[in-house]
Design a protein around this ligand. Structure first.
Ligand SMILES: NC(=O)c1ccc[n+]([C@@H]2O[C@H](COP(=O)([O-])OP(=O)(O)OC[C@H]3O[C@@H](n4cnc5c(N)ncnc54)[C@H](O)[C@@H]3O)[C@@H](O)[C@H]2O)c1
Length: 407
């Protein structure tokens, strides 16, 4: 039987919009992008579509025929279009965060349940083989129940400087707190793995380095104006990060030397890291207790060489140790500890996040094909949990580590 082909509109054709729209390019029989809204013409045209609008409002006002609206605009542009799109009857692929406030997050999810629409949040980690394999091991019951999790998100020094010092998520008032923007993915994993609600949260964190008082004497506000002696020794130099090295180029459609020089000469990405508009911590620790007593300790570490997540999950009958690429599963039930069962991360498709971007779209399309109201309501509701943990963590951090009761 021929399977249904879904139609989607993309609101925001930046890095994330392109990542999900690429699925339609790779699987044209399953998904078609029928329109793109973006005020940046270069970004808009990076996704092939029959219709273009320069703003999301213009697009939704016309109510184009489609099944899914992909909301992949900046954080502050999620809530309003989400409500309007749900009211108009579209399902949502909504990038995290749902909104920067807990009240608005709850309102969006309530609207989706009222309208019986599916909301899939861009929690891509659970759609990767590596993290899904952990879930399968835990669900098998083979190593018992989860007792505690120690998880570190090593954010990568270059990524932290890019996103959380110079870029879009540096100022919580303009976007959202880092613990929501960066770590809602991790909180989503913990809730999913443990399968029970989080009850208590406490957190500490601050800006250790990216402060004006740490700026070298004589350094100007932009790296292109920096005296060679200072720029040469600065690991945070925008010229190094964007022009010389390739780590961050995948975020931009035009990666030529000219485009990158323009970026560092004219945009916030060329600012000295010590005089940005940043207010989000460069390191933060969150401790959580879940119903049934399982505890989780989560470290968001900004000063790490690589961008990787490492995890130790202690269960009643065994342990999982994950280095971000391979899993080591130790069982306590033999004479010896049984080690091994290494799992080499297999990327089954070419999308980023270990294949998670495409797997997320594929999972959403499968759910829409099944059209099971209970499943759609459960998936939609569950997305809220990660956000509520993140909001509680931020409240705790701002109140000196106060314990926040979630239930
Ligand atoms: N799931 C993940 O792993 C992940 C990773 C990065 C970002 N994100 C989230 O995805 C969202 C987008 O991030 P990004 O990195 O793609 O940013 P981006 O800046 O690359 O893209 C955002 C796009 O939205 C467009 N836009 C701005 N105003 C608009 C308007 N009024 N109408 C239509 N389009 C508009 C911009 O022109 C830009 O092209 C953010 O909310 C971010 O937090 C999620």
């Amino acid at each position: 039987m021929k399977q249904k082909k879904f139609k989607a509109i993309v609101l925001g054709a930046g890095y994330r919009g392109r990542a999900y729209a690429d699925y339609a390019k790779a699987h044209p029989s399953e998904l078609e992008i029928v329109g793109v809204a973006d005020p940046d013409p270069e970004n808009a045209r990076s996704i092939a579509a029959p219709r273009y609008w320069s703003d999301w409002r213009e697009c939704l006002a016309e109510h184009p025929e489609a099944d899914i609206v992909m909301i992949t605009m900046p954080d502050a542009l999620h809530y309003e279009p989400a409500l309007l799109a749900l009211d108009a009857g579209y399902h949502l692929l909504l990038e995290k965060p749902i909104s920067p406030t807990p009240e608005q997050c709850k309102e969006v999810i309530a609207k989706a349940l009222e309208k019986k629409r599916l909301v899939v949040i861009g929690h891509i980690l659970r759609y990767t083989q590596y993290f899904a394999h952990i879930k399968a091991i835990l669900d098998s019951g083979e190593i018992g129940e989860v007792v505690s999790i120690a998880h570190q998100e090593s954010a990568g020094f270059f990524k932290v400087a890019h996103s959380y010092c110079r870029g879009n998520w540096a100022n919580s008032k303009k976007s959202s707190p880092i613990i929501l923007a960066k770590c809602s993915h991790d909180f989503d994993l913990f809730s999913w793995w443990i399968g029970k609600p989080c009850t208590k949260v406490t957190s500490f964190g601050s800006i250790k380095l990216f402060r004006p008082e740490n700026k070298p004497a004589g350094a100007p506000d932009r790296c292109v104006d920096c005296p060679a002696g200072i720029e040469h020794d600065c690991i945070w130099s925008a010229i190094k990060m964007y022009v010389k090295y390739d780590n961050l180029k995948y975020l931009f459609p035009d990666r030529s030397r000219e485009a990158m020089m323009k970026l560092v000469s004219e945009t916030e990405y060329g600012k000295c890291v010590y005089c940005c508009d940043n207010d989000v911590p460069d390191h933060q620790t969150v401790n959580m207790e879940f119903e049934g007593g399982a505890t989780v300790s989560h470290v968001m570490a900004g000063f790490t060489e690589r961008n990787v997540r490492t995890t130790r999950i202690s269960c009643t009958r065994g342990e999982i140790i994950g280095n971000g690429k391979t899993l080591h599963i130790c069982r306590f039930d033999g004479n010896d500890v049984e080690t091994g069962v290494p799992l080499v991360l297999r990327v089954s498709n070419p999308s980023r996040h270990g294949g998670g971007d495409f797997n997320l779209v594929a999972a959403m399309l499968r759910m829409l094909r099944r059209d099971d109201p209970q499943e759609m309501a459960a998936v939609t509701t569950q997305t809220l949990e990660s956000h509520l943990i993140a909001f509680a963590a931020e409240e705790s951090r701002l109140n000196g580590g106060k314990v926040i009761n979630l239930r």
